[in-house]
Design a protein around this ligand. Structure first.
Ligand code: ZN
Length: 290
């Protein structure tokens, strides 16, 4: 087994059962794992069984992986201007938060959504209303929502730290909302992280709007497309437009030392691609085992 860095890991498949994601994570030496809560391409899923929940908790103890969180289904659009699509999204997201709570996960990452041409302001209103409704329906839960910054293509809401902060500021329960920062999406949205200056400026903007303490997770992905492309195309660490500098800076940024950081890079060939990307990240970390 490779040497563990407690907060570094990867998105892991739940094929065969939720607990398999943890076993796969342990084989790679992950200290953090992100999962989907169900098949992310389908709306319906049978409720979590008591056995599934028990096996997940047992796998968590067995593997020692402490930082666990989920990514929501891509079907869910909390910004939808269509009332029935919006209602379906709220119901589905509520279900995901309840599943995550049962599994003891820290947060569920979600892309704020697409306003589908209705405009940014109406889109922000729809997301805020959806978050308020979802968090009211799960008021007894501890699990948080992590709004992920987007690559900025199409009609997406949440391209900048300012847009994410606006969503949190307007919410009725801001204490249950944070953000997930995706390095590829930042770059695609126009944040030039390739230099130390660019990285510092981006994180200063994060601090001034969202606030560092609201960063609940990072997605560590290099980018296939150039700066400001608006394209959500993930590349292996160090092999894309970003290079290694932003990852070295982020992994050694003490403000984020305890924040889980997971890969969402291409999986093929499996598991060699994940092993290589994780090894690159661990090498960039100066102080192992903090
Ligand atoms: Zn991501």
């Amino acid at each position: 087994m490779t040497r563990r860095c407690d907060e570094i890991g990867a998105h892991m498949s739940i094929a065969g059962g939720l607990h398999h994601a943890l076993e796969r994570g342990r084989e790679l030496g992950c200290g953090a794992v992100q999962i989907f809560l169900k098949n992310q391409r389908q709306w319906a899923a049978k409720p979590l069984g008591a056995d599934e929940i028990r096996m997940f908790h047992a796998a968590r103890r067995r593997t020692g992986i402490r930082r666990l969180f989920a990514h929501s289904s891509y079907l869910i659009n909390l910004a939808s201007p269509d009332p029935s699509a919006w209602a379906q999204a709220v119901t589905a997201f509520t279900d995901e938060l309840e599943r995550a709570e049962a599994l003891g996960l820290s947060c569920v990452v979600i892309h704020p959504g697409s306003h589908m041409g209705a405009g940014l302001e109406p889109g922000v209103d729809r997301v805020t209303a959806a978050l308020d409704e979802t968090l009211a329906r799960t008021s007894g839960c501890r699990v948080k929502v992590a709004l992920e910054n987007t690559a900025g293509g199409g009609n997406s809401v949440g391209r900048t730290f300012g847009e994410l902060a606006a969503l949190i500021d307007r919410a009725a329960r801001p204490e249950r909302i944070g953000v997930c920062v995706d390095t590829c999406h930042l770059f695609a949205a126009g944040y030039d992280l390739r230099t130390e200056k660019g990285y510092r400026e981006a994180m200063a903007e994060c601090a001034a709007t969202v606030g560092h303490r609201r960063v609940l997770a990072f997605h560590l992905n290099d980018a296939k497309a150039p700066l400001g492309s608006g394209l959500d195309r993930h590349e292996h660490i160090g092999r894309g437009s970003l290079g290694l500098t932003p990852f070295r800076l982020l992994l050694n940024d003490r403000r984020f030392a305890r924040v889980p950081k997971v890969l969402e890079t291409p999986k093929e060939p499996e598991p060699a691609a994940d092993l290589r990307n994780l090894a690159v990240l661990r090498r960039l970390r100066r102080r192992l085992g903090r």
